[in-house]
Write a protein that binds this ligand. Sequence first.
Ligand SMILES: [Cu+2]
Length: 161
Amino acid sequence: MNKKLGVLLIGGMLVLGACGEEEAQPAANEPVEEEMETSEEVVEEEVVEEEATEEETVEEEATEEEPMTDAAEAASGEASPLLKKGDMTSFVFNEAGEFNVFCEPHPVMKMTVVVEEGATTSGEVALDIADYAFSENITVAPGTVITWTNQDSAQHNVAFE
Ligand SMILES: [Cu+2]
């Protein structure tokens, strides 16, 4: 009797043990699935953040380049189109030196732009063309953008000797 009981007990323990193992397997799988889901979420968040950063960088670069693309670089032989009353033209002065400006239809109209490192005038400068004359000569720092506006009914332009 004791032997039979012992066999039954052992058999029961084996069954219980087998059940225990079966139960343990899905339990062990669950945390693995959760980990995978979590890591996927993290990757998605990182991608979204990277895209946002790239867009911001592109916008900033475009803003910085705007004043440079508007104005042609002042150089010998350059000339603006003819300007009607109220029309404007812009040139950027990047190189140090002397720039002799004249009006092609009226070559007596002249002025000189001196570009000098450390000059107090810089950034954006607005000058008028009025009464068949440019303004007085001007000294500016490299990188200055000068915008001329024609205030006369006659057409003028800005040309470089
Ligand atoms: Cu003119």
